[in-house]
Design a protein around this ligand. Structure first.
Ligand code: MCN
Ligand code: MOS
Length: 773
């Protein structure tokens, strides 16, 4: 199966738009266009659930219509009798599965796992499933399943009067100095509460899978941010060896954190496939994408800042709460930006989680940092107005010269440069300081600023690189590309190291049979995989050069290795006066059909178990403050809004962001990633909000017509400027994370701009017109 082999020989991608002057588009750091772009645009790219199989059957989930209680009975008779129905799955006939290890690698309790519930803890929980010959037959039959419930009272969300204060999460407590006393003694004090609602990843491609058993072997075609982690989960559920499960995820139509794990619907499909002895396809419907896995948890934060009369922070007291589910634990680290963005001698941050009747929330682009920044970056803006100094100036006045929490130097922090460069490009110095002082007819104009950050998450990686007989290079990894550019940057890395044109590199991703890979989350994959491919490609090149000088049939026999140059697919001895042949000719002359090198960046003494853990859990991930440095990406957003004075509608009219992600492997793609994050941030600021029906705990706007995300008409020109410098402490090639950085700080920059435009401080996202009246 080669549908997911992406060759960089497409259209004019070779040329990219090589505006970076000296850097070739094809080398690391060049602006090569996405090598998977043409396949996606022409429809040639086949996504996981588009695979066709003989005997494919179709499953549809039946979900609870109450938020809390018990299933009294399930009447499946009508569904069973419906045309084409092969199986109606309920907790009564479900296979007994094992509980799987969690992503931290915690050994699982020895209790059975059933993906279909009798005890209902949220509206939209899977209670049954119908499998039929055709999709339509399954849909029709699923509507005939009659579930009776004994309903009990639910706590629908954080605003529920019965929600309570929740459970303290001790690991989130951060304290230094005496924050309460310093706050009480500070000459200037502000304290306010900031809320963010439930938000959803809303990827274009809904979740789903095709599960196919052949004996004791399971193949799962499923969009995945973590093939090896999900393969482990399926293997543990069904009690088969890890090696027996193959995950295939050639392309992914967006994940944003929601496709890293195997979820209950996957267990349902794999179970049905096993019971029927036929491949089963289960595609989650759009409404089910709001309950089959979790979006961003709703959060509440209180930020208290005590400062001197010049706006120098003396104390930060931060309290946060996020919702979690009744039987699962999700902690959205709300103090993550609060504790590092500004220098303060006194600090206290604590967090609780509150159990409500919802699906367990999950990761959504920059979980933690995103809502955390909304709190602290709004609060410091409030402090700026309170003290009467410019919002940019107050950030510089409180600039953290080192990590205030870890008390370690930053590996690199180009945030001052980001402020300066962004301010210059935006024209910040022309800002009139008073709120409501800039307007254009009926439009109040506001300029706001906020900073953002995301930690550099590091892990070990593995890659296979082959130099093939035709001189082309093949890269294999079970990592993935969900649109961020992995195919492209790995082609660039291998091309540069081996010395071939990028169009001669085939990158194969998205199959767990390839060299293993850890999770694509926390903006770590690019750094991890460029490092692993660089290592493997270097080993492959060393072998090639070794053959060239050692094989008697080689034209370079007996030359010194360091006198050979491999470039553009050809090997030459130094000054152009010696032999020169193509890689293919060399391999032919020495009688080799290929060269193969596996490279990994694991510590040398790693055991097989360490390796398994590294790729199937996050237990071996390296802390961003490990060793001598604290490593983060940084950014500053400058945003202009226009608020209609009569209607209170807010439009973002200009965005300039300056960002530090260290060295960029491909500036064109990094810019696109940053812009994507900023666009999601605009949606978060102005549109996104999961609305809960207070009677039934149901998400009312569980579709893309009612759950509003930013569309083209909402988005102005966005200018992104890279201010990063290579950071050798963050990754092998000097890059820091890109994927999530852009979304951090956008919502507070917009809220701050709205305040500047209107004089009205909105501390509760999204900023909708009724909040401005
Ligand atoms: N890059 C670069 N230079 C660097 C780092 C990265 O040029 N120093 C570019 C590369 O093109 C790389 C991309 O940025 O492929 C993202 O790299 P990285 O920051 O390492 O992030 P990951 O590859 O780990 O991707 C995951 C990240 C996360 S966690 C979410 S959430 C997210 C995101 O990426 N989801 C996305 N970006 C997304 N983009 C798309 N289109 N769809 C999603 O679901
Ligand atoms: Mo990203 S939310 O870490 O997948």
């Amino acid at each position: 199966m080669t549908v997911h082999d992406v060759r960089s020989r497409h259209g004019d991608s070779k040329r990219g738009d090589a505006s970076d002057g000296a850097i070739l588009a094809e080398a690391v750091g060049g602006r090569l266009s996405r090598v998977d772009g043409p396949a996606k645009i022409t429809g040639a790219a086949k996504y996981a659930v588009e695979q066709q199989f003989e005997g494919l059957s179709h499953a549809i989930l039946v979900e609870s219509t109450i938020a809390a209680g018990k299933v009294r009975s399930i009447d499946t008779a009508a569904a069973q009798a419906s045309p084409g129905v092969l199986l109606v799955l309920t907790p009564d006939n479900a296979l007994r599965l094992n509980t799987a290890t969690d992503w931290l690698g915690t050994p699982p309790p020895d209790i059975p796992y059933c993906p279909l519930a009798r005890d209902i803890t949220f509206n939209g929980q899977h209670v049954a499933a119908v499998v039929a010959e055709s999709f339509e037959q399954a849909v029709a039959a699923a509507a005939l399943v009659k579930v009776a419930y004994d309903e009990t009272p639910a706590i629908v969300d954080l605003d529920d009067p019965n929600a309570g204060d929740g459970i303290p999460v001790d690991t989130m407590t951060k304290e230094w100095g005496d924050a309460q006393a310093a706050f009480a003694a500070a000459p200037v004090r502000i304290c306010a509460a900031y809320n963010t609602p439930r938000e959803y990843q809303a990827p274009m491609e809904p979740h789903g899978l095709i599960a196919h058993w052949q004996g004791e072997r399971l193949t799962v075609w499923e969009p995945s941010q973590w093939l090896d982690g999900m393969a482990r989960t399926y293997a543990e559920w069904f009690g088969v060896p890890f090696e027996n499960v193959r995950l295939v995820s050639p392309y992914i139509g967006g994940g944003f954190g929601s496709k890293a794990f195997a979820y209950g619907y996957g267990a349902v499909a794999a179970m049905a496939a096993r019971m029927l002895g036929r491949p089963v396809k289960l595609a989650v419907t759009r409404p089910q994408t709001f309950t089959a896995y979790g979006g961003r948890a709703a959060t509440r934060q209180t930020v208290a800042l005590g400062a001197d009369a010049e706006g120098r922070i003396q104390s930060i007291v931060h309290r946060g709460v996020n919702e979690t589910s009744v039987d699962g634990m999700w902690v959205e680290p709300l103090g993550s930006v609060t504790s590092i963005m500004y220098a303060t001698p006194n600090f206290s941050s604590r967090q609780n989680v509150v159990r409500v009747n919802t699906v367990v929330p999950g990761a959504l682009r920059a979980p933690g940092e995103n809502p955390s920044a909304f709190g602290i970056e709004s609060a410091i803006d409030e402090l700026a107005y309170e003290v009467g100094i410019d919002p940019l100036e107050i950030r510089l006045r409180n600039y953290a010269e080192q990590d205030p929490e870890a008390k370690k130097p930053w590996s690199t922090r180009q945030l001052r440069e980001a402020f300066a460069t962004g301010a210059e490009a935006f024209g910040w110095s022309k800002r009139a300081p008073e709120p409501r002082s800039m307007r254009d007819g009926d439009q109040l104009i506001g300029w706001g600023i906020a900073a953002g950050t995301y930690p550099v998450r590091r892990a070990y990686g593995e890659a296979m690189v082959r130099i093939l007989a035709d001189g082309s290079v093949e890269v294999e990894s079970s990592s993935i590309d969900m649109g961020q550019g992995t195919y492209t940057i790995l082609a660039q890395t291998a091309a540069e190291v081996v010395g071939v044109p990028a169009e001669n590199v085939v990158v194969k991703l998205g199959d767990s049979r390839y060299a293993r890979a850890g999770v694509t989350g926390g903006s770590r994959l690019a750094g991890v995989m460029t490092g692993a491919v660089h290592k493997a490609a270097t080993a492959a090149l060393d072998q090639l050069v070794g053959l060239a000088i050692s094989d008697p049939n080689s034209p370079f026999h007996a030359l010194q290795a360091n006198t050979l140059v491999v470039a553009n697919g050809r090997i030459a001895s130094p000054r152009g006066d010696g032999p020169e042949v193509s890689i293919a000719e060399l391999l032919d002359s020495v009688g080799r059909s290929q060269i193969e090198a596996m490279g990994d960046t694991m510590p040398a003494n790693s055991t097989a178990d360490d390796r398994y853990k590294n790729y199937t859990t996050i237990a071996t991930a390296l802390s961003h403050t490990e060793g001598d440095y604290s490593r983060h990406s940084w950014c500053a957003h400058f945003i202009e809004v226009r608020v209609d004075e009569d209607f209170g509608t807010v439009r973002v009219s200009r965005v300039v962001s300056a960002l530090d992600s260290g060295r960029l492997y491909n500036p064109k793609l990094a810019e696109s990633q940053w812009k994507g994050g900023i666009i999601m941030g605009i949606g978060q600021a102005l549109l996104e909000e999961g609305i809960v029906d207070r009677r039934h705990g149901r998400i009312v706007n569980n579709n893309l017509a009612d759950y509003l995300i930013a569309t083209n008409a909402d988005i102005p020109d966005i200018e992104v400027i890279s201010v990063g410098i290579p950071d050798p402490h963050s990754s092998a090639l000097g890059g820091k994370g890109v994927g999530e950085l852009g979304i951090v700080g956008v919502a507070p920059a917009i809220a701050n701009a709205v305040f500047h435009a209107t004089g009205k401080r909105v501390r509760d996202l999204p900023i909708t017109l009724e909040k401005l009246i």
